[in-house]
Each structure stands twice: as structure tokens, then as C-alpha cells.
Design a protein around this ligand. Structure first.
Ligand code: SF4
Length: 469
């Protein structure tokens, strides 16, 4: 009898351990079917591995730094940060994302400056996001003290509230008002602040056992493009950031903060500077998140100070390995589930795809060789690393493109039609439960934010003391 129960239990785990559960398959298929033809390429991961990233909006619009440019609408800073509003809105947006986009996704807690939330509300908001299957990443300017970090990461008894925290930190010389550095004149002056930020999280891990995933975000304009390579070089050797994300500036948000000719910087120029800083080519054609005009991504790892790409986009054998993974295991998620379930998913992934072992082994051999061999890997240690570029669109092209899309029309203007294709393949969605839909972040910032923030300004005027949940 006992044996029978054990066997039944194992069989239940085995069934639950489908590498790609039915609900994930369904939401992925739906996302794939929504993509424009231009985005249905072999490198596309939307609709095959992920539904895309998500972000909150209108949950704390205010920020206490001033960047040039700034993507927030002019009214954002006139809205008070209000704990009850934040929690209520985030819960509604996450519940919608869970129902519309499936059990698992990465979501940014973003809108204004997250550290203006009191630490308890910040922590409670992350918990709400996790409850809805979202892996949250707090988006910050990084100008907060270690005391703040400890109060949100630890409970009243000093025990870790989270096993791991994710932060995306925006650091560049276009930001004004940072404590101790109100008007940076160069990226070099900002470096000390990047390192201090990273060191806080190193101590959090060492002293309290809370791990972190840190992304470094940088807006790039003609004013700082020549310093990008040096920022990358310095950060790679002196900080713990695991992702570097670059945003060539666009004409979106607060027009009072557009000081330069932002169109003078092209995505190719920015990527070339990042490559100069890393010291190797960053192959980005093997994987597409949405439209390549919006996003470039290179996954890989550092070995002894050298970057090694996960996939080399001009090696047909690597592309075959990618295709095999996406066809057989695309959509497999191992985050946010019990370790026993991870083990079962991996076991099933292996046993059900034995025919692909030779392709996987070939990729592994090449990856080890690229890393300098087994000895280099053991001696140098492996540190996962990702380089990303996200190219927002100008508001004056997003607005007409979106308006036509609402009417089901395709523009005859090539620039607007290109924007429609990019919006259709958007990799960065924001939830509107009241409308029963998501919208691309470009649409949120270019079209919806001005009216939303004007409304929030009336609902949450600055003069009133914040309500607690
Ligand atoms: S938010 Fe805009 S730039 Fe980003 S992926 Fe979506 S459409 Fe492209």
C-alpha cells in the first residue's frame, strides 16, 4: 500500500513537471499569433520562450531627481506618493497581467522613483508582484541609503524578507540632483556612486544572505556617448551589475527637458561604444525580443574578466542549437517554483528530448572552448552577464501609429508603419485592467501618461499627507 502511495505521488510530480505547462503554451501561442509577420523570425523569443517584460505605471509617478531627457510627463512630479494607491494599483495591474499573460514574467516596479515609497510599502509591493507570478525588479535612480535597503530587505527581527532582490539602477551624467553630485560634468564623476550602490548589495549578501540581481541603466545622448565605453570598462571590473542596459534617448515625456539633438546618436553608434568597453563583439542577431529596431540583447558570462557570448550569431551550429531549444523546450521556466519541481522539469526536459543531445553537447563543447577551456572556467569563475539596448520611439510617431492601430488601419507613411510594426511586436507591456488590455510602454509614455498624470495630480495632490495601507 505504502509503495502504491509513493508511486502515485511520483506520478503526480511527473505530470506536474511538464517542462512547458499547458497554460504557458497557450499564452505563448496567443502572443505568437498576435505578432506582426515582420517579427516572426527564427530568432524571435516572444511567443516562443516568453510573453515579454512588463512594467507598472501610474503607481508612484513622482521622482526627486531631474534628468535631461526625462520620459515622465510634466505633471508626474505633482502627484504625491501614496502607499495605499501604490498597493491597490499594483495589485490590480498584476492580477490582470497574471490572467492575460500567464503564470510567469519579469515585471518592473517602475513609474517614478521607487525609493520614494517607504521601505515597508516597497517590500509589500514586491510581495504582491510575486504572489501574481511576477519576478519584480525595482527601478531606481539609486540615490538612497543603506538604511533604506536594509529596512526593505529585512523584517522587524532583522531576518531576510526575500531570498533575492532585483534592482535596475539608472546612473548617468544627464541626471541632476543626486545627493553629493547635483550637477555631474562627466560619467567619470558618477562612477563612485555606481560603485557605492553595488557595494551596498554586496554587503547585503555577505552579512544577511540576501542575493541580488543588479541591472545598470544608462541613457545615451550626444553629451555622453563618448564615455559609454569607459563606463562599461570601469563597471565590469569594479561592480556587481549583471546586466548593462542602454537607452539611446528619444523625444518622449517632458519636452522641457529636451536639451540636445537626440537624433544625432544612432543605435549602431551606441552598440559600438558598448562593444568597445567590453572589448569584444556582442552578437545580438541570434535572439530577438520583439522587433530588433526596439531591442538588442546579448546573453553570456564573464570568465576571468572576459565576456563570452551564449550564442554566436554567425555560427550556424549555434543557431541550430537555438532552434532546437525553442522548438522542443521553448517556454520552459525554472524560476519561482520549488526546487523539487525544477528537478522534475529538468529531468523530463532531458528524457523527452534525447534526440537533441548531440546538438546540446556540441553547443556545450563550443561554449567551453570560447570560455578558454575547463581550467579557465574553474579558475576564472563564471559570472552571468547580459548587454541590452532598448530604443524607445519618439512620441510624434507613436501617437499616429497607435491611433491607426486602434482603428485597425495600416499607415501608408513608412515611418508610421514601422512604428506600428514595432508596437505590434512590443516586448514591454503595461496593464490597463480598466480597459481589459495591455499597451506598449511607448504608448503609455507618449500617449496615455499626460492625461493619466493630470488625473492623478487631482486625486493625489502633493499637499495632503500620505495614507498608509
Ligand atoms: S516599449 Fe516601445 S521601444 Fe520598447 S519594445 Fe515596446 S514598442 Fe519597442
Amino acid at each position: 500500500m505504502r509503495h502504491l502511495e509513493v508511486l502515485q505521488g511520483l506520478s503526480r510530480w511527473w505530470r506536474r513537471g511538464d517542462p512547458v505547462p499547458a497554460e504557458s503554451r497557450e499564452v505563448l501561442q496567443r502572443r505568437w499569433s498576435e505578432l506582426p509577420d515582420s517579427a516572426r523570425t527564427p530568432s524571435q523569443v516572444l511567443g516562443r520562450q516568453a510573453v515579454g517584460c512588463e512594467g507598472t505605471h501610474g503607481v508612484f509617478p513622482r521622482c526627486n531627481l531631474t534628468c535631461t531627457p526625462c520620459y515622465h510627463s510634466a505633471d508626474a512630479n505633482k502627484v504625491r506618493v501614496d502607499a495605499l494607491h501604490t498597493l491597490t494599483e499594483v495589485r490590480a495591474q498584476m492580477a490582470f497581467l497574471r490572467s492575460a499573460r500567464g503564470p510567469r514574467a519579469h515585471a518592473q516596479l517602475i513609474g517614478g522613483e521607487v525609493s520614494l515609497l517607504d521601505p515597508q510599502t516597497h517590500a509589500a509591493t514586491l510581495e504582491v508582484m510575486r504572489e501574481h507570478g511576477r519576478e519584480p525588479m525595482s527601478f531606481t535612480h539609486g540615490d538612497f541609503d543603506e538604511e533604506y535597503l536594509l529596512s526593505m530587505a529585512l523584517d522587524a527581527a532583522g531576518r531576510p524578507r526575500f531570498g533575492r532582490l532585483s534592482f535596475a539602477a539608472h546612473f548617468d551624467s544627464l541626471m541632476r540632483g543626486r545627493r553629493g553630485l547635483p550637477r555631474p560634468r562627466s560619467e567619470a564623476e558618477v562612477q563612485e556612486y555606481r560603485e557605492r550602490f553595488s557595494a551596498m548589495f554586496d554587503r547585503l549578501r555577505r552579512v544577511h544572505g540576501v542575493r541580488s540581481y543588479l541591472a545598470h541603466n544608462m541613457t545615451v545622448t550626444p553629451a555622453n556617448i563618448d564615455e559609454v565605453a569607459e563606463v562599461v570598462r570601469e563597471c565590469l571590473s569594479r561592480t556587481s551589475f549583471s546586466m548593462y542596459s542602454f537607452q539611446p534617448a528619444a523625444y518622449v515625456g517632458d519636452a522641457r527637458r529636451w536639451r540636445e539633438d537626440l537624433s544625432a546618436v544612432t543605435p549602431d553608434q551606441v552598440w559600438a561604444e558598448v562593444e568597445k568597453g567590453v572589448g569584444v563583439r556582442l552578437p545580438h542577431d541570434a535572439i530577438s525580443f520583439g522587433d530588433p529596431r526596439c531591442n538588442r540583447t546579448t546573453f553570456g558570462w564573464m570568465v576571468g574578466g572576459r565576456f563570452v557570448p551564449l550564442l554566436v550569431d554567425d555560427d550556424p551550429r549555434d543557431l541550430r542549437a537555438r532552434d532546437a531549444y525553442l522548438s522542443h523546450l521553448g517556454g520552459m521556466q525554472l524560476g519561482g517554483i520549488a526546487s523539487a519541481l525544477v528537478a522534475v522539469r529538468l529531468a523530463r526536459a532531458l528524457l523527452e528530448n534525447l534526440s537533441q543531445l548531440a546538438v546540446a553537447a556540441g553547443w556545450l563543447r563550443r561554449a567551453v572552448r570560447r570560455s578558454g577551456g575547463v581550467v579557465a572556467l574553474v579558475k576564472g569563475g563564471v559570472r552571468p552577464m547580459t548587454f541590452v539596448m532598448h530604443v524607445f520611439m519618439d512620441a510624434d510617431v507613436v501617437a499616429p501609429a497607435w491611433e491607426l492601430m486602434q482603428r485597425g488601419e495600416v499607415s501608408t507613411d513608412p515611418a508610421v508603419r514601422a512604428a506600428q510594426e514595432r508596437l505590434g511586436a512590443c516586448a514591454y507591456a503595461m496593464a490597463h485592467p480598466e480597459l481589459g488590455r495591455t499597451v506598449p510602454a511607448c504608448v503609455q509614455h507618449s500617449v496615455l501618461d499626460p492625461a493619466a498624470n493630470a488625473r492623478l495630480r487631482r486625486l493625489l495632490p502633493l499637499a495632503v499627507v500620505s495614507r498608509t495601507p
